[in-house]
Design a protein around this ligand. Structure first.
Ligand SMILES: [Zn+2]
Length: 369
């Protein structure tokens, strides 16, 4: 129960346009109820930009179940409504980054930086918490929303900021989980947007050699190099393992960012890790067993899981605002919500690395807040 702060920046209607998942390969834009504040800790944002995630493709391809409901979990938006509790720290009109998991940022798990295990937390991406929509309700808003300083942000910066809601923080988590240190040799498995973000993160952490595995298209390989990869290997499986061992004089790499989640990717990660190395995994495992005897025999660690993006956001936002980090370069396809079905199809067919849904045109939102 709450009364919303009635400081709406413009007239809003009771409905909105939102992407609705109807089944494999079937994403539609429909008129649905516009979310409102339902708990005092809530806020509602009007989207400035959202995107399609590689993990949305698991649903799109029918490989994971999803309700017939709203979808999408990445959001950059302007606050339109805040509940009484959230009003203590957030105001309508603020531009905020919303990580794909909401969290109170105060519980014992959040205190140690594991926000995706928040005792009061949860995930965006279903029903009224679908972010591929004009508005989204943000639970635990004070802990979840990270305000961006007022200013003018061009589309390039909007892309950088949106990338912080998931993909950049997830790539960073893989590198953090792999305990990458300055001077290390690091392998990144997966040339999707998360893998490319892991390359950026490895560079931030001072890795000396960054090997991107599994990249087969020239455009994607160039993007990996632009992000900081020092070597790109197009081979997969045993051939890729052999190439990495050759590059590292038979030693293996100091850390692996596993950004795919398949059994083949995990096997490659384990076989290229040097004894004592840690694999940071952020790809949702789909039939990806860990070889217990090999990892035991070689003292190889496996860490990682859903990225606690909120834990990294202050550091990553500062790097973006300083111009030291440009994670928005993973977006190579931009469209509007009306065309979101095409945005999914472009990613499904690998014509796009990551598709951005732009709400800034024609709906009264400007990029100056
Ligand atoms: Zn918490």
């Amino acid at each position: 129960m709450s009364t919303a702060t009635p400081h709406l920046p413009h007239t809003v209607t009771a409905t909105m346009q939102a992407a609705v998942f109807h089944g494999a390969g079937d994403i539609r834009v429909e008129t649905v109820a516009r979310p409102t504040v339902t708990e005092p800790t809530d806020a509602v944002i009007r989207l400035v930009a959202t995107c399609v995630c590689g993990s949305d493709l698991w649903y799109y391809r029918g490989e994971s179940d999803h309700d017939v409901s709203g979808i999408g979990h990445e959001a950059l938006g302007v606050i339109t409504e805040v509940g009484d509790t959230a009003a203590g720290s957030l105001q309508p009109g603020q531009l905020v980054i919303v990580p794909f998991a909401y969290s109170d940022n105060t519980c014992p798990h959040c205190e140690v930086g594991m926000h995706t295990a928040c005792r009061n937390g949860g995930y965006f991406g279903r029903g009224a918490l679908g972010c591929q929509a004009e508005y989204v309700r943000v639970p635990q808003a004070a802990g979840t929303c990270v305000p961006v300083p007022p200013g003018h942000y061009c589309m390039s910066k909007i892309k950088d900021l949106l990338a912080l809601s998931d993909v950049m923080g997830t790539g960073y988590h893989a590198i953090d989980a792999a305990l990458v240190k300055p001077g290390n040799t690091v392998a990144v498995i997966g040339d999707g947007a998360v893998g490319l973000s892991a390359v950026l993160a490895a560079k931030m952490r001072g890795a000396a050699t960054i090997i991107m595995l599994g990249s087969r298209t020239a455009a994607r390989q160039q993007l990996a190099i632009d992000c900081g990869a020092t070597t790109v290997i197009s081979a997969r499986g045993q051939e890729a393992i052999d190439e990495v061992l050759q590059i590292t004089a038979g030693i293996g790499v100091d850390g692996v960012a596993e950004c795919v989640g398949t059994g083949a990717a995990m096997t490659t990660a384990i076989r290229i890790a040097r004894p004592g190395a840690v694999i940071g995994r952020v790809g949702l495992p789909h039939d990806a067993p860990i070889d217990e005897l090999y990892t035991f025999g070689h003292n190889i660690g496996v860490r990682g899981g859903p990225a606690p993006v909120r834990a990294y956001l202050d550091e990553l936002l500062a790097a973006v605002l300083d111009g030291d980090l440009q994670p928005g370069k993973v977006f190579d396809y931009t469209t509007t919500l009306d065309n979101i079905a095409a945005a999914y199809a472009a990613m499904d067919t690998r014509q796009a690395t990551k598709t951005l849904i732009d709400f800034t045109a024609g709906n009264g939102i400007t990029t100056t807040v």
